[in-house]
Ligand binder design. Structure first.
Ligand code: GLA
Length: 740
């Protein structure tokens, strides 16, 4: 492997591969100055400095340097108080009450094996190099190690920071961002994703304002309100044009991504733990590690950026043992029966699962002691004896005897006040003494920072997984945290609780996935309230939203696809009228909105299954037949006019291309429309798999485009495809490359 990191004698550092170059240097004053992040440079160590030293009126100059102000200097890890007034990456207080930090270069080293981050998940190394730069604040005696990893084949760079207190007094960290990225002056836009329950991943584009834009969470989870993903885009960026810089975190708790446009038009991106309501006491000799931040760069618009992320998440984030593994199709009991489940009902649904040809039966909420509705029993993870008299292992065996896999739901991090667990351990919840604990969905949050809580949950879940033959676990988490405080932490460490909670969660997950490596865990938090790369490090797929209406789901899947590959998404055909927004839609469109997700299934009552059985059988057959294809391929958003959406999915071997077309509201006498495909082999021929043996060339499909079906009923005209549903129509084309 040619070297990915080069260093010059005068301490310029270049991290480069065929996708990008990232360059910075040590200034004569010992400050790390950022020089370039963008397309690959043939001689990156020779990059010209964007900034020159100049006289700035009003700006303060840095510690005696005449023409040197940190206010206009792009930096790698800025601090506050020595001539830079923008938001700093690190901030804190020493024992004397001093809050000014100044970090200077000490030394660096390059390692071939990517170091793990203590107690936190992080991207896997391999074909990578890591640069570790040591900085130090001489006065506070705080050592700061910046870690940068670059991979040979990925357009992604990772960053994290390790602090160590070398002094003999305590230092309090108040900001400890994982990464700072200072981009040169220019016209940029922000792309970010906001939402709420059942309306996750709404894309918003906004010019980078003067001042500061913040996407963050103080809810204890990374949250649906702002997903921890922000991209800074060259103004006017489209799917195929523009320089794009994406930033995300391998973290599931309170995060912040700041984008600040300074007085000299430069743009600073900070990513890490949310500094609001955080601090960490660093005792003498102790260390603290930040979560990992990831940046991706594309010079060719959002399509290129998404492809970098998709490849990276598949290769370096989701558990390796599930890589390339086709996902089972399933029937989930939730929208089929809600809490009205018992052994007979589950076995009947298992028969239905067999009738419609899916691989797995998933028993969702409602199976444990006393759980009749959402007012009780979370925490008591033993089967309800009245409804499941022979227990879960026996039920799993009966379901498996029918030739199905078996999956089960847990919401481990929660407890209802009406539960045995709460009666026995009222102090095990997050709470603040003297304050009433706010409920969310009638439940309280367990204090996962406590070892005894982690141990209890490990034992309870392990007991269920060890006794029965269980293939899959849906790990749910259905409320945001309030009154966050821990009975196990001293008064002056209470603001560490949220981060310690996440460390505890990761520790619990580490133990469970190590003990049960073959169980497929699916991440859920009322849908997408904690859909992030931290959770994906343990769970290769997630329930992205409780919104199963296909039109609602289109924008959720489409929005999430800017960062996440559809390999990590689960989707099912839910009821119509939809239980979240009341919309009536066809089985076909309900399936199509999730057709390119890796995990597909059904959650319908027996009555609804019976009345659409042949159609459901057809789509579940399609899901099974395409299970291999929907892992590892390329996803592209090829059309979005608001009323029309088209997505392309190209299999990893590039031999099959799927094109899904959605027409939302119908109208009469519409124009003829076409959709241009992307990334095909222009010289190849593609045969349409619809029994009509039409053959198209790759260049024709990309340059001229594929004619889209008309919405309509009534008399049909030869050679025109129709979508008969009226509103909320969909159509799928399957193209197979003609070989030989
Ligand atoms: C959450 C999940 C649903 C379902 C219910 C069960 O809302 O997102 O899919 O599992 O909990 O209570």
């Amino acid at each position: 492997m040619t070297s990915l990191i080069s260093v010059s004698d005068d301490l310029t550092f270049a991290l480069s591969n065929s996708h990008f170059s990232y360059v910075f240097r040590v200034s004569p004053e010992g400050i790390l100055e950022h020089l370039h992040y963008g397309g690959p440079l043939s001689d990156p160590l020779k990059v010209a400095r964007h900034h020159r030293r100049t006289l700035r009126h009003v700006a303060s100059t840095f510690q005696g340097g005449k023409y040197y102000s940190l206010s206009d200097t792009p930096q790698e890890y800025p601090s506050f108080g020595t001539s830079d007034y923008r938001f700093p990456a690190v901030h804190g207080r020493n024992a004397d009450g001093n809050t000014i930090f100044s970090l200077h270069y000490v030394k660096h080293r390059i390692v071939q094996t990517k170091p793990k981050i203590k107690n936190l998940p992080s991207a896997r190394g391999g074909d990578s190099e890591t640069l570790i730069i040591t900085l130090q604040d001489k006065l506070h005696r705080l050592r700061v190690e910046l870690n940068y990893t670059v991979w040979k084949d990925h357009g992604v760079i990772s960053r994290s920071v390790r602090f160590k207190n070398l002094s003999d007094k305590e230092i309090q960290l108040q900001h400890a961002f994982s990464s700072a990225l200072d981009l040169p002056a220019g016209e940029y836009e922000i792309q970010h994703f906001h939402g709420t329950w059942a309306r996750e991943f709404n894309e918003e584009r906004t010019p980078v304002p003067h001042g500061r834009f913040v996407a963050d969470s103080a809810r204890g989870t990374s949250s649906a309100a702002h997903n921890p993903y922000v991209a800074v885009l060259q103004k006017g960026t489209t799917e195929s044009y523009g320089r794009c810089y994406g930033t995300t975190l391998v973290y599931s708790g309170n995060f912040a991504i700041h984008v600040e446009r300074g007085e000299f038009e430069d743009v600073r991106v900070l990513a890490g733990i949310n500094p609001f309501n955080f601090h960490w006491r660093l005792k003498p000799g102790k260390g603290f590690s930040t979560p990992e931040a990831l940046h991706a760069y594309s010079g060719e618009g959002l399509r290129g950026l998404s492809h970098h992320w998709h490849d990276f998440i598949r290769e370096k984030i989701t558990p390796e043992r599930f890589k390339g593994m086709p996902r089972p199709t399933y029937l989930n009991t939730w929208e089929a029966a809600y809490f009205d489940v018992d052994e007979n009902k589950v076995l009947e649904l298992a028969d239905k699962a067999n009738d419609i040809g899916v691989d797995m039966l998933v028993l969702d909420d409602g199976w444990f002691e006393g759980r009749q509705d959402d007012t009780s029993s979370l925490g008591d993870w033993r089967a309800d004896k009245t409804r499941f008299p022979s227990g879960i292992p026996d039920l799993a065996a009966k379901v498996k005897a029918k030739g199905l896999k078996f999956g089960i739901w847990f919401e481990p991090e929660m407890v209802n006040p009406r539960s045995q667990l709460f009666e026995n351990h009222p102090d095990w919840i997050l709470h603040v003494p003297g304050r009433v604990s706010s409920l969310g969905r009638n439940q309280l949050t367990l204090d996962l920072s406590r070892t005894e809580v982690q141990d209890y949950l490990f034992d309870e879940i392990d007991a269920v997984l060890s006794c029965g033959d269980i293939d899959y676990v849906k790990w749910d988490m259905n409320r945001n945290m309030t009154e966050v405080g821990s009975a196990a932490l001293p008064r002056n460490r209470q603001r560490e609780t949220s981060h310690r909670y996440i460390l505890g969660l990761y520790k619990l997950l580490d133990r469970l996935v190590e003990k049960h490596p073959n169980v497929l865990f699916e991440n859920c938090a009322s849908g997408g309230n904690r859909f992030d790369l931290g959770m994906l490090s343990y769970m290769p797929q997630g329930w992205i939203s409780d919104m199963c209406d296909p039109i609602g789901r289109l924008s959720i899947v489409g929005g999430a696809s800017y960062l996440f590959p559809l390999d990590v998404m689960a989707a099912y055909i839910g009821p119509s009228p939809n239980h979240q927004n009341g919309r009536v839609s066809s089985i076909r469109t309900r399936f199509m909105a999730g057709a390119f997700c890796s995990a597909r299934g059904v959650s319908l009552s027996e009555a609804e299954i019976n009345s659409h059985e042949s159609e459901i059988v057809e789509y579940m057959r399609f899901a099974k037949e395409t299970a291999d294809d929907m892992i590892g391929g390329g996803f592209d958003r090829v059309k979005n006019t608001g009323n029309e959406i088209a997505w392309q999915y190209t299999t990893a071997d590039e031999n099959t291309v799927y094109l899904a077309y959605f027409h939302i509201l119908s109208a009469p006498n519409l124009p003829f429309r076409r959709t241009r495909l992307v990334g095909l082999d222009p010289n190849a021929k593609y045969k349409l798999d619809d029994g009509q043996s039409e053959i198209y060339s790759g260049d024709m499909l990309m340059e001229s485009g594929m004619p889209m079906p008309q919405v309509g009923t009534g008399e049909k005209v030869p050679h025109v495809r129709y979508m008969p549903d009226g509103d909320f129509s969909s159509h799928i084309f399957v193209f197979r490359k003609v070989t030989g």
